[in-house]
Design a protein around this ligand. Sequence first.
Ligand code: G3I
Length: 504
Amino acid sequence: MTSDLRQRKKAARIALPTAVLLLIGSAVVVQSSAPAAAAETTLRAAAAKAGLFFGVAASPNRLYPIVGQEFSQLTPENDMKPDRIATSSGGLQNTSGADTLVNHAQSNNMLVRGHTLVWHSQAGALQGASQATLNTFIGNAINRWGSRIAYWDVVNEALEDNNTGRRRNQWPHTMNRDANGDGDFFDAGDTDVIRDSFIRAKQVVQAGGLTTKLCINDYDVDGLTVQGGTPNRKADALYDIVRNYRQYIDCVGFQAHFNDNPNSIITNDLQANIQRFADLGVEVHITELDIDDDLSNNDIGAGQAENYRKVVRACLNVAQCTGITVWGISDSESWRSSERGLLFTGGNGSYQKKAAYHAVLDELNKGRNPTVPPTTPPVTPSVPPTTPPVDPTTPPPPTTTPPTTPPTTGCSATVSLDSWTGGFVATVRVTAGSAPISGWSVQLTLPSGASVTNTWNANRTGTSGTVRFSNVSYNGSVNAGQYTEFGFQGVGTATGLTPVCTAS
Ligand code: G3I
C-alpha cells in the first residue's frame, strides 16, 4: 500500500489547487451539542465518556508513556503483518514484537486490533500461498492471542485503486474465480479469497469461544462520493462485500488516510457512508486516521484541526462507529512524515500537542449526537443474500453461536462484550428455537454504575439497572435456529450479563 499511495499522491499533487479549493468550498461547521460540564483532558477519557475507543498505531520501540495515557486501543503498525510473523507454511515466527505490543496494551487497559491476516502487500513468506496455507496462518495467528485481540483485520485492502470498484488483480485475489461469469464472486460456485478467509477466521473464533471480532479494512472507502461528487465505487464494492458476507464480518475499517488524491479527500458524506455500513449491523471504525496538511493549505493549525473535527464528528454521530485510531503519534514518526498529518509534533517520547489534538479532544468532549434511526431496514444475518459454498479446505463453521442452554421453542440470547476502561460495546445475539418467532424481547441487568448510551437494531426501555430491549420492525421475524443481532454501548463496566430472551 505504501508505494501505491505514494504514487497516487504524487500524481494527485498536480490537482492540488482544485482539491484544496473544493475542500474549502465544501467545508461545514459541524453541529454539536453543548460541551460536557467537566471536560476530560485525555483523548481516551473523552472518548470513553462518549462511548468509543480512541486508539493509536504503535511499534515496540515507541511505547512511551503517552501511549497508555492518551489512547485506549493499540494497533501494531507493522509487527503483526505476515512479512513479520508468517512462515511459508502458515506457521508463526518472530512474534516477540507483537507479544510486546499486546502485553503493553493489556497492562494499560487498551484494546488491540490485530493487523493484518490476508493482504496483497507485505506478505513475506506467504506471498503466492494457497487458500489452505492462508487458512493455516489465520488459525495460528488468531489462536496465538485469542480474545486478547478485540478486533482482527482479516482482509486488508482487497480493492483496486482509482475508484474502479474492482477487486485487486494481484495475489491473493488472483485465486478468485467467477464461475458463472456474472461479474461478481458472490455465487455458490465462485471462489473468493475474502469469503474463504472470513469463513476460516469465523470458524476459529467460534471453535475457541473467542470474543474477537472480524473486520475488513480498506482505504479510499470513506465517503459516499469522491472529488467532484462521483460515486465512490470502491466504497460501494466494499459495501456489497459486507452485505453479502455479513454472517462472517463483524466490523468494517475505514483507514481514512486523507490526502489530496481525488479519491482520498474528506467529503461531506462521510457520516452518511459510515451510517449505511452501520445499518448492515456491523461496527464501523476509523482505523488509520491521518490528514495530510495539503488538505488545509499546508496549515497544521486551525485548518487541519477543522478537518480532524469533521472526521471525529462524523463518527460520533453514528452510534455504531465505536472507535477511531490515528496512524501514529507524531508527524515526524509517521509513515508520511512530510505531510504532517497527526496530532503531535516532536518525537522520541517528547511530544507537543497540535491544534488538531485540541480539536479532537474538544469534539470528543461534546459527545455523541446520534442521527435518527435508519429508514432503510438493514439486511439481517438471518436471511443471508447468498449461500456461500463450503470452504474446500475446512469444514463450514456453524451459522449460530451455540447458546448456553440449547433452545427448544422460544428464543435464547448471548452477549459478547468489548470493554475498555470506562466503557463497553455489547453485541447481543437472539437465536430462535426450533420454531420461527415473529418478535422478541431481551431483558438484562447492568451492574451498578453502568448505563447504556446508544442502542442499535433494537428498541430500549431503561438505561441502567434492568434494561429491556425489543425487536424493531425489520428484525422481529427470525426463522427456526437462525439469529439476529442488536447492540448497545455504555459507560461503566458491564460484566456477567445474563440476558433473558422472550419470544412472541
Ligand atoms: O524496520 C526496518 C529497518 O530495519 C530498515 O532499515 C528499513 C529500511 O527500509 O525498513 C524498516 O522497516 C520499514 C517499516 O515500515 C518500519 O519503519 C519497512 O521498510 C516499511 O515498508 C514499513 O512501512 C510500513 C508500511 O505500512 C508497509 O508495511 C509503514 O511503517 C506503515 O505505517 C504502513 O502502514 C500501512 C498499513 O499497514 C495499511 N494501510 C496503509 C498504511 C500506510 O501505508
